[in-house]
Design a protein around this ligand. Structure first.
Ligand code: PGA
Length: 248
């Protein structure tokens, strides 16, 4: 099973539901529909109405982040995993580099992940090296630290998805070469086997400048279990073309 997950970031108003509607319509009649799953993560403001509308449809709705405490608290502007679950969020992105750069520590991410799992959501946990770390050949040590700093054996690995997003590739149009991608994805899976003490690992997605033009290169690399798509997920045509070209 492959994943195509759209991360809308700070994009969307109520009428943007038409974008997901078109994607849902395509997936429903796609001959390859049993091979993949589509998730869209709109901003907090749209989750409830979208989740209601897309309930029992082929597209699932998720959140892009959450606060690192659960239930209710006195943190102004904060939204807990419990609150997201109550309005129909099935998935949740945690550890995106945007949020890490705003101060999310490993301890905060661990709490977010723990509470999201407690609320029965599937977590999309993002990791990835920056340009300098790549240049200094620190990619493996960075990925290892990010995985070991947050994941624990006792977490339900069936509800965890890893998204490998090299920071230098996000929104830049630059993508890793196939050898690097295979090497890094294999390394992540090796680490996951150790952490969970299991042969079967959570899926490992790739994210960073994925579009309909470069998806065919990724489709040849079978160890990649899917994609986290930012910019190209805001257009139904671009997003659908990614799926079409992947299975071409
Ligand atoms: P991008 O973003 O596809 O626009 O590079 C990916 C992401 O940030 O998840």
């Amino acid at each position: 099973m492959k994943y195509f997950i759209g991360n809308w970031k700070m994009f969307g108003v109520p009428k943007s539901i038409s974008i997901i509607n078109k994607i849902n319509f395509f997936v429903k009649k796609d001959k390859n529909r049993n091979k993949y799953r589509v998730v869209i993560t709109p901003p907090y403001t749209l989750i409830e109405t979208f989740a209601k509308y897309f309930k029992n449809k082929v597209v699932s709705i998720g959140a892009q982040n959450c606060f690192h405490k659960d239930l209710f608290s006195s943190n102004t502007g904060a939204i807990s995993p419990y609150m997201l679950k109550q309005i129909g969020s099935k998935f949740i992105i945690i550890g995106h580099s945007d949020n890490r750069s705003e101060g999310d520590s490993d301890q905060m991410l661990k709490n977010k992940l723990r509470f999201a799992l407690m609320n029965n959501m599937k977590v999309i946990f993002c990791i990835g090296e920056n340009k300098k770390q790549k240049k200094n050949k620190q990619t493996f040590s960075v990925l290892k630290k990010q995985l070991l700093g947050v994941l624990e054996k006792k977490f339900n690995k069936n509800n965890i998805i890893i998204a490998y997003e090299p920071i230098w590739s996000i929104g830049t149009g630059m993508i890793p070469g196939p050898n690097d991608l295979i090497k890094n994805t294999s390394f992540i899976k090796k680490m996951l086997k150790i952490i969970f003490n299991s042969k079967k690992t959570p899926p490992v997605l790739y994210g960073g400048s994925v579009d309909s033009g470069n998806i065919e290169q990724f489709s040849k690399i079978n160890i990649i279990d899917g994609f986290l798509i930012g910019g190209a997920s805001k257009s139904s045509k671009k997003f659908i073309d990614i799926i079409k070209n992947y299975y071409r």
